[in-house]
Design a protein around this ligand. Structure first.
Ligand code: BGC
Length: 279
């Protein structure tokens, strides 16, 4: 099967404008003056979520409606170098200000972060900067933006948006780093980090398949390595489906097995809505 025919694009009717209706926490106005409060059913929720995806080369933002569909266009700013917490936070705040300057406000923020994240705190950030270790991204950003913020590993978040929720599903993202997310019947095993496990020739998956490896080895070798990685991951996880996303999927030119699906990179933002469905 060709790569092209397996690309799964999200169902995201991009809405330019939305009618302002009540927030889920507000009670609908008593227009008829009946003195009765609106029932829960008649209150239409319009909570908007700003989804942010921090990548090694770009920080992206997209506004999502209550159903997780995109509202407007994706915004992107280059990842600063060095990508310290202060520098990246400044970029996120710029993206937030861009939204607000457009008249698009939101009630909460979801962030996909390229490292291990537990309860909003960063543990690793191999492709950004060592200063991220121990940084409480969720709290810091929430204070600065003034809304609740949830943060998850970028591949975990992308997977949440893309999976079917049935069986064992593995997600791999091919970008600056090599992201992975594992789900069983829709339940996430967070922070799997297969990236840094030994793969072949004494190198890890990320060393063989990250962006630096693609540049160094060239697309042909990188594709051959990708085929080997799919075989290896298949033996290790016996997945029902493997989804492959990330900015570098455009370089894939090998035939993929039936149960391997190339997904749009937009899921790295669209998955942001799912963070709010978790406890
Ligand atoms: C990080 C992962 C991340 C992946 C993709 C890896 O280097 O360790 O946490 O998901 O890159 O960004």
């Amino acid at each position: 099967m060709s790569t092209e025919s397996t690309v799964s694009t999200p169902q995201t009717p991009v809405e330019k404008t939305e009618k302002p209706i009540a927030n889920s926490k507000t009670v609908a106005a008593d227009k008829q003056g009946t003195g009765k409060q609106a029932t829960a059913d008649s209150v239409v929720s319009t909570v908007k979520t700003l989804a942010v995806d921090i990548g090694g080369s770009g920080v992206k933002a997209l506004l999502l409606n209550t159903e997780g569909q995109a509202i407007g266009e994706r915004d992107r700013i280059k990842t600063p170098k060095p990508a310290t917490p202060d520098a990246v936070m400044a970029v996120i705040l710029q993206l937030v200000n861009n939204q607000r300057a457009n008249g698009s406000d939101f009630e909460r923020v979801s962030v996909g972060f390229p490292g291990v994240v537990r309860r909003g705190v960063v543990y690793t950030a191999v492709n950004l900067h060592p200063d991220w270790q121990g940084y409480d991204l969720a709290s810091q950003l929430s204070t600065k933006v003034g809304t609740p913020v949830r943060v998850a590993n970028d591949a975990d978040l992308q997977g949440m948006g893309a999976i079917s929720g049935e069986g064992v599903e593995l997600v791999v993202t091919l970008g600056t780093g090599f992201g992975t997310a594992l789900f069983t019947d829709g339940h996430l095993v967070p922070n799997t980090e297969i990236a840094h496990h030994r793969f072949r020739k004494g190198q890890t998956y990320e060393e063989q398949l990250g962006r630096a490896a693609l540049k160094k080895a060239g697309a042909k070798s990188w594709n051959s390595r990708l085929g080997k990685a799919i075989d290896s991951l298949s033996v290790a996880f016996n997945f029902d489906r493997l989804y492959i996303g990330g900015g570098e999927v455009k370089h894939i030119d090998i035939a993929l097995p039936e149960n391997v699906i190339v997904i749009s990179n937009l899921y790295g933002l669209l998955g942001g809505i799912k963070l709010w469905e978790q406890k």
